[in-house]
Design a protein around this ligand. Structure first.
Ligand code: ADP
Ligand code: MG
Length: 251
């Protein structure tokens, strides 16, 4: 099976033409398969966000190749959608309009866009907030809009960059459960999820596979398969054993 995303010997340096290039990623070899929940963990500044941007075609690597379904990536990939730590909503647009933005450029009628966006309003529990503006929403609600905007386009790959990091712990716990439920919901389920996080517990709780990066410049030190049965108990000793193992690799 051709992987959905494949990175071969990917290197990224900012200011590579200058006297002091800033190496951010080095020799990244990585595949994302058709139906998996992968997580990339590593310390702050090790290039995780840059890696996600490279996967989606938003940033070009300095060296190496990126493939989407076996084809070289030359532009932003339509089949992918991103969820951001800071939500990245447009403050001047309503909730419904922010969700519809996820369908921008798609060749479907305005009616169909509206219908699909309203479906996501329902799935993400945003009913009654369609006409609200982001400033009127709590962090958790804003991220629901962020997720709805990403999922409205029915992406093959959902990329999430620290999606729970700016939420309070209780809200984050709830939203993690919901994302796992969405993952299993055939109406929205993206083929694959790639979640970047610096929270090792979160990664072990949610992912099938964890890709562990070193300090900058980020290189992959290990891939860990998480075979714990689902639904997982976030407090189980088995889970904590894996968390300790991975934390030890990064420290
Ligand atoms: N557009 C850019 N121009 C210059 N440096 C950048 C740019 N984007 C990221 N960097 C640098 O690359 C490094 C890794 O950034 P990032 O990918 O955001 O790391 P992480 O998400 O792991 O915290 C940081 O030192 C950051 O300052
Ligand atoms: Mg980041």
């Amino acid at each position: 099976m051709t992987p959905v995303i494949e990175l071969r010997n990917v290197t990224k340096a900012f200011g590579s033409g200058t006297a002091r290039p800033n190496a951010v990623l080095e020799q990244i070899n990585l595949s994302i398969e058709g139906h998996e929940f992968a997580s990339i963990v590593g310390p702050s500044g090790c290039g995780k966000s840059t890696l996600l941007r490279i996967m989606m075609g938003l940033t070009t690597p300095t060296d190496g190749e990126v493939y989407y379904r076996g084809k070289p990536v030359k532009d932003v990939i339509e089949g992918m959608a991103m969820v951001f730590q800071t939500f990245a909503l447009f403050p001047w647009l309503t909730v419904l309009q922010n969700i519809e933005i996820g369908l921008q450029g798609r060749k479907i009628s305005d009616d169909a866009k509206r219908k699909r966006s309203l479906k996501l309003v329902e799935i993400m529990g945003l009913e009654g907030f369609e006409e609200a503006y982001p400033r009127e929403l709590s962090g958790g609600m804003k991220q629901r809009v962020g997720l709805a905007r990403a999922l409205v386009s029915d992406p093959e790959v959902l990329l999430m960059d620290e999606p729970f990091s700016s939420l309070d712990p209780l809200t984050a716990t709830h939203l993690r459960e919901e994302v796992l439920d969405l993952w299993l919901n055939p109406e929205v389920s993206p083929g694959s999820v790639v979640m970047v996080t610096h929270n090792v517990e979160e990664a072990v709780y949610m992912a099938d596979r964890i890709i562990v990066l070193t300090h900058r410049p980020g290189t992959i030190i290990k891939e860990v398969h998480i075979d714990l049965p689902r639904p997982r108990n976030p407090r189980s000793p088995e889970l904590y054993r894996v968390v300790d193992e991975i934390t030890g690799m990064i420290a």
